[in-house]
Design a protein around this ligand. Structure first.
Ligand SMILES: [Zn+2]
Length: 226
């Protein structure tokens, strides 16, 4: 990948962790800390870090003034576990599968209540907010449907063990998407310590911390790399 393409890919990789629909505002866009040296993005479960000068447009990112990440991001490098993406994909394909769905149509906002689901009712000079009679308070007149598409995928609620920790498969799939966005071909664990909450992975110049989860007997571990 050319340098200019990689700078854009780092920005897109950061944005892959963000979500405008998430109620937590810190997840909406990538950000810098006060020193402006590194760019970050997080979904609350994973955090991606890369030198700001390697990211297209990072000077326009918002600045988080009072965020302390020192308890989350370890400076220690004490692990080298490398998992080729083709190997983990093979393991996921052999794991219990769930059926995938395609979305059919779109959600269409109700024009009567402008999507709010409530309208103002008036009766002999009295006013009251109540459910919109057109959409029955749903805010939508058409709701997108879901239909099975014949494809399957590993169950995202299962767990993967890497090194000493367990992670939700959902987060590992997200990690794989980011690695592929940057043109990487392997998952590389570089740090796991007692003192730091997350495990640290590396892809090219980006570091990604993932929060591990507790193992409990009802959740299946579908792959293990130690
Ligand atoms: Zn309505």
């Amino acid at each position: 990948m050319k340098k200019i393409q990689l700078k854009k890919a780092y920005k897109e990789a950061l944005e892959m962790l963000c979500s405008k629909e998430d109620p937590r505002e810190f997840t909406h866009a990538p950000f810098l800390l006060e020193d402006k040296k590194q760019a970050f993005a997080t979904d609350g479960f994973m955090i991606a870090i890369v030198n700001a000068n390697k990211v297209t447009g990072s000077k326009d990112f918002r600045i988080e003034e009072k965020l302390d990440l020192t308890t989350i991001i370890s400076p220690i490098r004490n692990k080298t576990i490398v998992i080729p993406l083709k190997d983990i994909k093979k393991d996921f394909a052999a794991a219990p599968q769930v059926e995938l769905y395609d979305t059919i149509g779109n959600d269409v906002e109700c024009e009567t209540c402008e999507g709010g689901g409530e309208v103002l009712w008036e009766f002999e000079g009295h006013e009251k907010d109540d459910d919109c009679p057109v959409c029955s308070g749903q805010g939508l007149t058409t709701i997108a449907g879901k239909v099975k598409n014949g494809k399957t995928s590993v169950d995202r609620t299962t767990l993967v063990k890497i090194g000493d920790s367990h992670f939700y498969t959902n987060l590992i799939l997200k990690l794989i998407d980011i690695i592929e966005k940057l043109g990487g071909e392997e998952i590389k664990l570089v740090s796991q310590t007692q003192e730091h909450a997350g495990s640290l992975f590396e892809v090219k110049d980006m570091e990604i911390v993932i929060m591990p989860c507790q193992v409990h007997k009802d959740v299946k571990i579908v792959a293990s790399y130690v």
